[in-house]
Design a protein around this ligand. Structure first.
Ligand code: SF4
Length: 339
Protein backbone atom coordinates (compact mmCIF):
# COMPACT_ATOMS: atom_id res chain seq x y z
CA UNK A 1 0.00 0.00 0.00
CA UNK A 2 1.19 3.49 -0.88
CA UNK A 3 2.23 5.80 1.93
CA UNK A 4 2.64 9.54 1.50
CA UNK A 5 5.05 11.91 3.22
CA UNK A 6 4.66 15.66 2.90
CA UNK A 7 7.81 17.02 1.25
CA UNK A 8 6.72 20.63 1.71
CA UNK A 9 6.14 20.06 5.43
CA UNK A 10 9.67 18.70 5.80
CA UNK A 11 11.24 21.62 3.96
CA UNK A 12 9.22 24.22 5.88
CA UNK A 13 10.17 22.62 9.21
CA UNK A 14 13.86 22.43 8.30
CA UNK A 15 13.79 26.08 7.31
CA UNK A 16 12.10 27.05 10.58
CA UNK A 17 14.37 24.95 12.82
CA UNK A 18 17.51 25.49 10.81
CA UNK A 19 19.17 22.53 12.59
CA UNK A 20 22.92 22.15 12.85
CA UNK A 21 22.48 18.38 12.63
CA UNK A 22 19.28 16.39 12.30
CA UNK A 23 18.72 12.72 13.19
CA UNK A 24 16.14 10.84 11.12
CA UNK A 25 14.29 7.93 12.75
CA UNK A 26 11.99 5.42 11.09
CA UNK A 27 10.43 2.07 11.99
CA UNK A 28 11.18 -1.06 9.99
CA UNK A 29 9.03 -1.02 6.89
CA UNK A 30 9.47 2.73 6.42
CA UNK A 31 13.27 2.86 6.20
CA UNK A 32 13.19 3.89 2.54
CA UNK A 33 11.47 7.11 3.66
CA UNK A 34 14.38 7.83 6.00
CA UNK A 35 16.66 7.66 2.98
CA UNK A 36 14.40 10.04 1.07
CA UNK A 37 14.24 12.53 3.93
CA UNK A 38 18.01 12.34 4.48
CA UNK A 39 18.61 13.05 0.79
CA UNK A 40 16.17 15.93 0.83
CA UNK A 41 17.83 17.46 3.92
CA UNK A 42 21.32 16.91 2.49
CA UNK A 43 20.41 18.51 -0.82
CA UNK A 44 19.21 21.58 1.07
CA UNK A 45 22.56 21.80 2.86
CA UNK A 46 21.63 20.30 6.24
CA UNK A 47 23.79 17.72 7.97
CA UNK A 48 21.53 14.70 8.37
CA UNK A 49 21.99 11.26 9.94
CA UNK A 50 19.85 8.13 9.76
CA UNK A 51 19.18 6.17 12.96
CA UNK A 52 19.39 2.40 12.66
CA UNK A 53 17.91 1.80 16.10
CA UNK A 54 14.46 0.24 16.19
CA UNK A 55 11.54 2.52 16.95
CA UNK A 56 8.10 1.21 17.86
CA UNK A 57 5.94 4.27 18.31
CA UNK A 58 5.74 7.99 18.91
CA UNK A 59 6.80 7.15 22.49
CA UNK A 60 10.16 6.05 21.18
CA UNK A 61 12.03 9.22 20.23
CA UNK A 62 15.82 8.83 19.91
CA UNK A 63 16.74 11.79 22.09
CA UNK A 64 19.79 10.13 23.70
CA UNK A 65 21.10 8.98 20.33
CA UNK A 66 20.60 12.42 18.82
CA UNK A 67 22.44 14.07 21.71
CA UNK A 68 25.30 11.58 21.42
CA UNK A 69 25.95 12.59 17.80
CA UNK A 70 25.42 16.28 18.48
CA UNK A 71 22.12 16.51 16.59
CA UNK A 72 19.88 19.33 17.75
CA UNK A 73 16.64 18.06 16.24
CA UNK A 74 14.90 14.86 15.19
CA UNK A 75 12.66 13.86 12.32
CA UNK A 76 10.54 10.91 13.39
CA UNK A 77 8.84 9.04 10.54
CA UNK A 78 5.69 6.95 10.78
CA UNK A 79 3.93 7.87 14.00
CA UNK A 80 1.74 10.71 15.22
CA UNK A 81 2.92 13.12 17.93
CA UNK A 82 2.87 11.35 21.28
CA UNK A 83 4.84 13.50 23.70
CA UNK A 84 3.72 17.01 24.57
CA UNK A 85 7.30 17.98 25.40
CA UNK A 86 10.66 16.68 24.24
CA UNK A 87 14.20 17.73 25.04
CA UNK A 88 14.89 18.36 21.35
CA UNK A 89 12.48 19.64 18.69
CA UNK A 90 10.82 16.75 16.85
CA UNK A 91 9.04 16.72 13.50
CA UNK A 92 6.62 13.79 13.47
CA UNK A 93 6.04 12.76 9.87
CA UNK A 94 2.94 10.61 9.96
CA UNK A 95 2.78 7.84 7.38
CA UNK A 96 -0.69 7.83 5.90
CA UNK A 97 -2.13 5.56 3.25
CA UNK A 98 -3.18 7.41 0.10
CA UNK A 99 -5.53 4.82 -1.28
CA UNK A 100 -9.00 4.31 0.21
CA UNK A 101 -9.72 1.24 -1.96
CA UNK A 102 -8.55 -1.49 0.47
CA UNK A 103 -10.90 -0.06 3.08
CA UNK A 104 -13.72 0.60 0.63
CA UNK A 105 -13.78 -3.03 -0.53
CA UNK A 106 -14.12 -4.15 3.09
CA UNK A 107 -17.28 -2.09 3.61
CA UNK A 108 -19.68 -4.91 2.71
CA UNK A 109 -18.05 -7.26 5.21
CA UNK A 110 -18.00 -4.53 7.84
CA UNK A 111 -21.72 -3.71 7.38
CA UNK A 112 -22.63 -7.40 7.44
CA UNK A 113 -20.75 -7.91 10.71
CA UNK A 114 -22.30 -4.80 12.24
CA UNK A 115 -25.85 -5.87 11.36
CA UNK A 116 -28.25 -5.37 14.28
CA UNK A 117 -26.10 -2.61 15.77
CA UNK A 118 -26.88 1.02 15.15
CA UNK A 119 -24.48 3.37 16.96
CA UNK A 120 -20.85 2.73 16.06
CA UNK A 121 -17.81 4.22 17.82
CA UNK A 122 -15.09 4.55 15.20
CA UNK A 123 -11.33 4.35 15.79
CA UNK A 124 -8.53 4.32 13.20
CA UNK A 125 -4.78 3.93 13.37
CA UNK A 126 -2.91 6.98 12.17
CA UNK A 127 -2.09 5.27 8.83
CA UNK A 128 -5.81 5.31 7.90
CA UNK A 129 -6.80 8.64 9.42
CA UNK A 130 -6.82 10.54 6.12
CA UNK A 131 -9.88 8.45 5.21
CA UNK A 132 -11.79 9.06 8.43
CA UNK A 133 -14.43 11.39 7.00
CA UNK A 134 -14.98 9.27 3.91
CA UNK A 135 -15.48 6.18 6.04
CA UNK A 136 -17.89 8.03 8.34
CA UNK A 137 -19.91 9.11 5.28
CA UNK A 138 -19.92 5.59 3.81
CA UNK A 139 -21.10 4.06 7.09
CA UNK A 140 -23.80 6.72 7.43
CA UNK A 141 -24.94 5.95 3.89
CA UNK A 142 -25.48 2.39 5.15
CA UNK A 143 -27.72 3.71 7.93
CA UNK A 144 -25.27 3.53 10.83
CA UNK A 145 -24.88 6.33 13.31
CA UNK A 146 -21.17 6.97 13.65
CA UNK A 147 -19.40 8.60 16.58
CA UNK A 148 -15.81 9.80 16.58
CA UNK A 149 -14.17 10.62 19.89
CA UNK A 150 -11.91 13.54 20.73
CA UNK A 151 -8.19 13.00 21.23
CA UNK A 152 -7.04 12.68 24.83
CA UNK A 153 -3.99 11.27 26.61
CA UNK A 154 -1.25 10.64 24.07
CA UNK A 155 -3.51 10.93 21.04
CA UNK A 156 -3.04 13.73 18.52
CA UNK A 157 -6.18 13.39 16.37
CA UNK A 158 -9.94 12.79 16.69
CA UNK A 159 -10.76 9.13 16.13
CA UNK A 160 -7.13 8.03 16.49
CA UNK A 161 -6.22 4.89 18.42
CA UNK A 162 -2.85 3.74 19.74
CA UNK A 163 -1.90 0.36 21.17
CA UNK A 164 -1.69 1.99 24.61
CA UNK A 165 -4.26 4.77 24.34
CA UNK A 166 -7.94 4.43 23.47
CA UNK A 167 -9.17 7.58 25.19
CA UNK A 168 -10.95 8.68 21.99
CA UNK A 169 -13.13 5.57 22.23
CA UNK A 170 -13.45 5.40 26.01
CA UNK A 171 -14.81 8.94 25.79
CA UNK A 172 -17.82 7.80 23.72
CA UNK A 173 -18.27 4.33 25.23
CA UNK A 174 -21.62 5.13 26.85
CA UNK A 175 -23.14 6.42 23.61
CA UNK A 176 -22.34 3.51 21.28
CA UNK A 177 -23.48 -0.08 20.77
CA UNK A 178 -20.05 -1.27 19.67
CA UNK A 179 -16.69 -0.13 18.34
CA UNK A 180 -15.21 -0.48 14.87
CA UNK A 181 -11.42 -0.24 14.75
CA UNK A 182 -9.69 0.13 11.39
CA UNK A 183 -6.05 -0.87 11.30
CA UNK A 184 -5.01 -4.14 12.83
CA UNK A 185 -6.10 -6.83 15.27
CA UNK A 186 -3.32 -5.53 17.54
CA UNK A 187 -5.10 -2.18 17.84
CA UNK A 188 -8.61 -3.62 18.01
CA UNK A 189 -7.90 -6.17 20.71
CA UNK A 190 -6.63 -3.34 22.88
CA UNK A 191 -10.11 -1.79 22.74
CA UNK A 192 -11.62 -5.10 23.84
CA UNK A 193 -9.26 -4.89 26.83
CA UNK A 194 -10.50 -1.47 27.93
CA UNK A 195 -14.22 -1.76 27.29
CA UNK A 196 -16.99 -4.36 27.67
CA UNK A 197 -18.60 -3.03 24.46
CA UNK A 198 -18.05 -5.39 21.50
CA UNK A 199 -15.20 -4.44 19.16
CA UNK A 200 -14.99 -5.26 15.48
CA UNK A 201 -11.52 -5.22 13.87
CA UNK A 202 -11.24 -4.30 10.19
CA UNK A 203 -7.81 -4.86 8.71
CA UNK A 204 -7.51 -3.50 5.17
CA UNK A 205 -4.11 -5.22 4.71
CA UNK A 206 -5.37 -8.73 5.31
CA UNK A 207 -8.94 -7.87 4.20
CA UNK A 208 -10.24 -9.45 7.40
CA UNK A 209 -13.07 -8.39 9.65
CA UNK A 210 -13.30 -10.05 13.06
CA UNK A 211 -15.02 -9.56 16.42
CA UNK A 212 -12.50 -9.35 19.24
CA UNK A 213 -14.47 -10.78 22.17
CA UNK A 214 -13.08 -14.33 22.08
CA UNK A 215 -9.51 -13.16 21.67
CA UNK A 216 -9.91 -10.70 24.55
CA UNK A 217 -11.29 -13.47 26.79
CA UNK A 218 -8.24 -15.60 26.04
CA UNK A 219 -5.89 -12.72 26.79
CA UNK A 220 -7.60 -12.04 30.12
CA UNK A 221 -7.47 -15.73 31.08
CA UNK A 222 -3.76 -15.91 30.30
CA UNK A 223 -3.12 -12.67 32.21
CA UNK A 224 -4.85 -14.07 35.26
CA UNK A 225 -2.73 -17.22 35.00
CA UNK A 226 0.39 -14.99 35.07
CA UNK A 227 -0.94 -13.15 38.13
CA UNK A 228 -1.33 -16.48 39.92
CA UNK A 229 2.24 -17.46 39.01
CA UNK A 230 3.52 -14.07 40.18
CA UNK A 231 2.07 -14.81 43.64
CA UNK A 232 4.84 -17.40 44.18
CA UNK A 233 7.61 -14.91 43.32
CA UNK A 234 10.07 -13.97 46.10
CA UNK A 235 12.44 -11.88 43.96
CA UNK A 236 11.08 -9.49 41.34
CA UNK A 237 12.66 -7.22 38.71
CA UNK A 238 10.79 -3.98 38.02
CA UNK A 239 11.54 -3.06 34.42
CA UNK A 240 11.95 0.58 33.37
CA UNK A 241 12.46 1.67 29.78
CA UNK A 242 14.42 4.85 29.18
CA UNK A 243 12.45 5.61 26.00
CA UNK A 244 11.10 9.12 26.56
CA UNK A 245 7.42 8.17 26.22
CA UNK A 246 7.72 5.00 28.32
CA UNK A 247 9.96 6.21 31.14
CA UNK A 248 8.03 5.68 34.41
CA UNK A 249 10.67 5.73 37.12
CA UNK A 250 8.30 7.26 39.70
CA UNK A 251 5.84 4.41 39.23
CA UNK A 252 8.65 1.83 39.31
CA UNK A 253 9.92 3.19 42.64
CA UNK A 254 6.40 3.05 44.10
CA UNK A 255 6.00 -0.55 42.95
CA UNK A 256 9.37 -1.50 44.38
CA UNK A 257 8.30 -0.07 47.74
CA UNK A 258 4.92 -1.81 47.67
CA UNK A 259 6.53 -5.15 46.78
CA UNK A 260 9.11 -4.74 49.54
CA UNK A 261 6.34 -3.96 52.04
CA UNK A 262 4.78 -7.29 51.04
CA UNK A 263 8.02 -9.15 51.80
CA UNK A 264 9.13 -9.48 48.18
CA UNK A 265 12.67 -8.54 47.23
CA UNK A 266 12.53 -6.06 44.33
CA UNK A 267 15.15 -4.40 42.12
CA UNK A 268 14.76 -1.84 39.35
CA UNK A 269 16.22 -2.85 35.99
CA UNK A 270 16.74 -0.12 33.37
CA UNK A 271 17.12 -0.59 29.64
CA UNK A 272 16.20 0.92 26.31
CA UNK A 273 14.71 -2.19 24.71
CA UNK A 274 13.16 -4.67 27.14
CA UNK A 275 13.87 -8.15 25.81
CA UNK A 276 14.16 -11.55 27.49
CA UNK A 277 17.71 -12.05 26.17
CA UNK A 278 18.85 -9.25 28.47
CA UNK A 279 17.30 -10.99 31.49
CA UNK A 280 18.32 -14.65 31.12
CA UNK A 281 21.31 -14.50 33.50
CA UNK A 282 19.35 -12.96 36.36
CA UNK A 283 17.65 -14.97 39.08
CA UNK A 284 14.34 -13.09 39.24
CA UNK A 285 11.17 -15.13 39.65
CA UNK A 286 9.00 -12.55 37.85
CA UNK A 287 9.01 -9.08 36.36
CA UNK A 288 6.89 -5.95 36.46
CA UNK A 289 6.59 -3.99 33.22
CA UNK A 290 6.34 -0.22 33.61
CA UNK A 291 7.15 0.39 29.91
CA UNK A 292 4.96 -0.28 26.87
CA UNK A 293 1.93 -2.16 28.25
CA UNK A 294 1.64 -4.20 25.08
CA UNK A 295 4.86 -6.04 25.95
CA UNK A 296 2.94 -7.87 28.67
CA UNK A 297 0.09 -8.71 26.28
CA UNK A 298 1.81 -9.57 22.99
CA UNK A 299 5.31 -10.53 24.16
CA UNK A 300 4.63 -12.44 27.38
CA UNK A 301 5.27 -15.73 25.53
CA UNK A 302 8.83 -14.60 24.78
CA UNK A 303 9.54 -14.07 28.50
CA UNK A 304 9.96 -17.23 30.53
CA UNK A 305 8.66 -15.52 33.70
CA UNK A 306 5.46 -13.56 34.42
CA UNK A 307 5.74 -9.99 33.11
CA UNK A 308 2.95 -8.19 34.96
CA UNK A 309 1.48 -4.79 34.29
CA UNK A 310 1.52 -2.49 37.35
CA UNK A 311 -2.19 -2.93 37.84
CA UNK A 312 -1.83 -6.72 37.74
CA UNK A 313 0.76 -6.49 40.53
CA UNK A 314 -1.90 -4.86 42.70
CA UNK A 315 -4.19 -7.80 41.96
CA UNK A 316 -1.41 -10.29 42.79
CA UNK A 317 -0.90 -8.51 46.12
CA UNK A 318 -4.66 -8.50 46.84
CA UNK A 319 -4.76 -4.69 46.77
CA UNK A 320 -7.25 -4.62 43.90
CA UNK A 321 -9.78 -7.12 42.60
CA UNK A 322 -9.45 -8.71 39.17
CA UNK A 323 -13.16 -7.96 38.60
CA UNK A 324 -12.48 -4.25 39.06
CA UNK A 325 -9.61 -4.38 36.58
CA UNK A 326 -11.80 -6.13 34.01
CA UNK A 327 -14.61 -3.66 34.57
CA UNK A 328 -12.39 -0.58 34.21
CA UNK A 329 -10.18 -2.06 31.50
CA UNK A 330 -6.85 -3.85 31.72
CA UNK A 331 -5.04 -1.24 29.65
CA UNK A 332 -6.40 1.77 31.47
CA UNK A 333 -3.87 3.49 33.60
CA UNK A 334 -4.99 2.01 36.89
CA UNK A 335 -1.31 1.94 37.79
CA UNK A 336 -1.82 5.51 38.97
CA UNK A 337 -3.68 3.99 41.91
CA UNK A 338 -0.48 2.50 43.25
CA UNK A 339 -0.38 4.01 46.74
S1 SF4 B 1 3.92 2.66 24.46
FE1 SF4 B 1 3.73 0.84 23.18
S2 SF4 B 1 1.68 0.89 22.34
FE2 SF4 B 1 2.13 2.94 23.13
S3 SF4 B 1 2.91 4.06 21.35
FE3 SF4 B 1 4.67 3.19 22.43
S4 SF4 B 1 5.08 1.25 21.41
FE4 SF4 B 1 2.98 1.89 20.85
Amino acid sequence: MDVELDRMEILAWLERQSPRKVLIQSPLGLRSFAEQVERLAREKGYEAFISLSPTWGGCDIAVEEAKRIGADSIIHIGHAPFLSQTELPVLYLEARYKDYTPLQVLLNDISRSLEGRKRIGLGLTVQWLSHLQRLVDDLKARSFEVMVGKPGGHLAHPGQVLGCDYSSLKDIEESVDCFLVVGSVFHAIGVALISPKPTLAADPHTQRVEWMDERAKKVLASRYYMIEKFRDARKVGVLVSRKPGQFMMGLALKLKRVLTEHGIEASILVSDELVMEGLVDFGYDAYVNTACPRLSIEDQARFSKPLLLPVEVLVALNMLSWEEVIEKGLLLNLSLNVP
